[in-house]
Design a protein around this ligand. Structure first.
Ligand code: GLY
Length: 379
């Protein structure tokens, strides 16, 4: 062995790249350990603009902001940082207005871009401001939670909440790129990691049995934040989402994008009835996926064995699989499924599984069967 190489650090792993193919709105998802500290070089190749506003929150900013700011400065970018209070409350028109003011303070113009450094709230809000400031400027996503990496940062749906409904004011505005650094998950609280795993499991159920098998075989590694297992799970999840968004950017009626809502009709009903308190989004999705699997069995679409496998994996991931005694009554939850935006013309619309790895949209589920699933979801 050449002694001069004996203390050399291991060669960096090559990036994993996924293309979201949308014509002139196409973009790349780059997954690479340590990419946060090298973003300047990537951005310099991506954009001519050199002015940016980095939007983050007070939890994430202090952790990853300094390395990012250094990299931006070293590569000739100028800009400033907006650190917002953490939590869903930041997804408001008031905070959007605050960010427009910050964009003017930073003298951003149509060639500038916004950089979202954080979870889904920061990504959705920053994307909304980018979609509307000067009729639309570029933005890039640097997600720091597993849920944002595999779901919220990809797809171009951007929004703020209205007091009457979540994500009610928004746009389709695709990012110019998504940069994912699996190392940042080292700082993610365990509960949030598990909530992100709910969306990872969702991709296996909705689209890919082999991926479901992979998650099942690697669940302990994923829970221990094994970097290889996590990178592989993120890559596959993003690849599935990228393919579906590429086929159906705007969720047309009958298009495949609706399948990404597997478990979400139930989850949104739970979240709405509980005023977004109690369960994290991923936890509500976990319960919703178990209920959707059970409804699939009731409709004779899915075998009980497959539904049990889905439930067992969700449970192994440390996620809830049933409603708790203090949760809202079934009648209230059932009524909320009708208000969900996926119920069209008063008809209940569900994404149901016909196998592990295959899903379809159904709007012919009898109301009494859908109602009973809420009772069944307590045992
Ligand atoms: N921004 C999330 C999505 O488009 O699905």
């Amino acid at each position: 062995m050449n002694p001069s190489n004996s203390s050399a650090s291991p060669a960096p792993k090559p990036p994993r790249k996924i293309q979201v193919s949308l014509g002139e709105r196409s973009y790349e998802i780059v997954i690479q350990e340590g990419i946060t500290a090298e973003l300047g070089a990537h951005l310099a190749r991506l954009t001519k603009g050199r002015k940016t506003l980095v939007v983050t929150d007070r939890n994430v900013g202090p952790l990853f902001g300094p390395a990012l700011a250094k990299s931006l400065q070293q590569t000739g970018f100028s800009g400033s940082l907006a650190e917002l209070p953490p939590g869903e409350g930041a997804k408001s028109l008031d905070i959007a207005k605050f960010l427009y003011d910050r964009c003017f303070d930073a003298e951003l113009d149509r060639g500038s871009f916004l950089l979202a450094l954080g979870g889904g709230v920061i990504g959705d809000l920053t994307g909304f401001v980018a979609a509307t400031f000067m009729r639309g400027i570029d933005f890039v996503q640097v997600p720091t939670t597993l849920l944002a990496m595999v779901d919220a940062s990809v797809g171009g749906k951007v929004a703020v909440d209205h007091p009457k409904a979540k994500n009610a004011i928004g746009a389709f505005h695709q990012p110019r790129a998504v940069y994912i650094d699996p190392l940042v998950l080292g700082r993610l609280p365990e509960r949030e990691l598990k909530a992100g795993l709910a969306e990872v499991i969702k991709y296996g159920v909705l689209d890919d049995r082999a991926f479901f098998d992979f998650i099942e075989a690697n669940i302990e590694k994923l829970l221990k934040k094994d970097p290889e297992a996590l990178a592989a799970a993120i890559e596959k999840s993003c690849a599935i989402k990228a393919r579906i968004v590429g086929e159906d950017e705007r969720e047309r009626d009958g298009g495949p994008r609706a399948l990404l809502n597997y478990g979400h009709t139930f989850a949104h009903a739970i979240e709405t009835c509980m005023n977004y308190q109690g369960y994290l989004h991923g936890e509500a999705v976990a319960i919703g996926m178990v209920l959707a699997a059970d409804l699939s069995v009731q409709q004779k679409l899915l075998g009980r064995g497959d539904a049990d496998r889905i439930r067992a994996l969700i449970e192994k991931a440390g996620l809830p699989v049933k409603l708790q005694p203090g949760d809202p009554p079934s009648d209230e939850l059932h009524a909320a499924t009708f208000r969900d935006k996926k119920a069209r013309a008063g008809k209940l619309r569900f994404v149901l599984a016909t196998a592990i790895g295959a899903t379809k949209v159904f709007d012919d589920v009898p109301e009494d069967v859908a109602r009973r699933v809420w009772d069944r979801g307590r045992v």
